[in-house]
Design a protein around this ligand. Sequence first.
Ligand SMILES: [Fe+2]
Length: 309
Amino acid sequence: MSDVQKEMKKFVGRHAEKQWDWNAFSRTDGYAELRRAQMRYVGAGGSPKVDDPDTIKPEHFTLSFLELPQGNYGAMHTHADCEETFHGIQGYTSVGWAFDDEAVVAKVGPKDLLWQPIGRPHAYKNVMSEPVMLSIMVGSGKPLPPVIHTHPDSSPYAATFGATPDKVIEFSSRSEDPRIKEYAKHLVRYSQQKIHAHSAGFGYMKYVGGDGAAVPAVHYREDLIHLPAGKGVKTYEREVEDVYLVFEGLLTVGWEEDGKVVEQQIGPRDIIFNPPGRKHYFRNDGLDTTQFMMVTGTRTPETVKFQAA
Ligand SMILES: [Fe+2]
């Protein structure tokens, strides 16, 4: 195996080969309802497990998965230094935002995205009849620990998003409530997005950052790429990292060095981290359209001119 092949394998995170860590989060001991698991792909995210050798070293953001058993929750908290994105992977996760003593709660479903601004109090809960799964990103390689506001050791309403049950407001896209409208500006519903056609032969939805994106970027941009069977792009490089997080289908990724290429094929719930300066490309060798999130470690609008391979 060449050095580049070995190097590339270290930057691939395969869901089937990674482990759930049920002891990742602080202040959960003795609270069965807070039990939840983290799977770290890039950095440690909101957990203190910063020296896990099985994760990729972060640059501008971390990326992990969260599994939340039925009935369990993460208490209302804020991140003082970075924005946080939730991507729906499996099931529908209820996420509450605090507005004074009230909470607005929406469900984040498959391929939906909820973007929490810096300092925005939020909590999540599984009210469904099966486990739910999110992919979570925060906009810092080394985020500060979250500040927990309504832990069950001190709040009787920790399980209801920090609000008394009569002050929990369900999200509705038809509502004129200013708090729900504020929430809605940060909730990207997959079913409501327009697909833009790229001249390189793929489609894309503008989730975070760039002209006309659903929400503005702070530390990273996100586009959901729809790559038809047989399509791909020529080699490109960036000054920052980009990560491909696959939602559907198969994705072949190539790295080029000294005119030679090595490739890895990844699938649903897998990622690849393409480091800054690495020449790389993507292609779909499958028979179905591949959908993957392209996350780029900058707020600057796209500068790469993708060309069809
Ligand atoms: Fe958070």
